[in-house]
Design a protein around this ligand. Sequence first.
Ligand SMILES: [Fe+2]
Length: 262
Amino acid sequence: MEDNKDINWKELDQKKDKWGKPLNLIPKANQATQAGYYEKWLRKPNEYEPSEEDIWCELQLQALSVWEPLKWEFDLGWFKKEIKQYDDKWVPYLRREGVTNDREGLCLMGMPGDKCSDSLSMPEARRRHNKKLWEIDFNAKTELYNDLESLHDMLEYFQPLGRTMLVKSNAGGWFPPHKDQPNLTRDTFRIVAFLSRTTQHDAYEWEMDGHRWPITPGKAYYVDTRKTHRTHSWMNNSIHLVVNVPKTWENVMKLISVTQNY
Ligand SMILES: [Fe+2]
């Protein structure tokens, strides 16, 4: 597994929190393995040279705003009732060694056989399966997916989906500046929906490309996550949904059919 080959997992696995429980750590981010597109292209040109469909899709997506509201508005009361039964199921999302970060997650679309507490982040899933994985490999609905009927209108529109999860950011939770799949051969594009009242800018901020983007609780947005973005939460229980939609011409056509501002 090329991305994880130099990691001393044994050493990481021995680390405990202050209560003596395993920390379940993922190593610090690493430019050579997580970026390194030049080396990756030299090794596997086919994976990093865009197909005709890649170019069609990327050019059409480029025509949208980088923060594009979609037609859906979710019923937050209904969602809150449905997610209540999962209160004790949330798991830490991608803990990094030496970093305090109060964020948790639950998975809606995972690898076949996954529970909602599995396959949240790509590094964790790659470790578990010991191979390189793509977002579209996470194509199995979990029980949580089936239980969250309040979200089905949008999710079923794009099925089959790739890796899809809820992220709960508590006060002090954050994601550092990063890009998600900035290469033209990315296999998915992303939709983000904000599913609690604590997602407006006094509670939660999504900064991308030097701007803080407006968030309406309950709204879904196409987000161009190839652009550098970072997030911060100032309050507890700020929940958003991240959906990986397979990047096909059909799905791009579906997407531009559901923008709020058409
Ligand atoms: Fe991201």
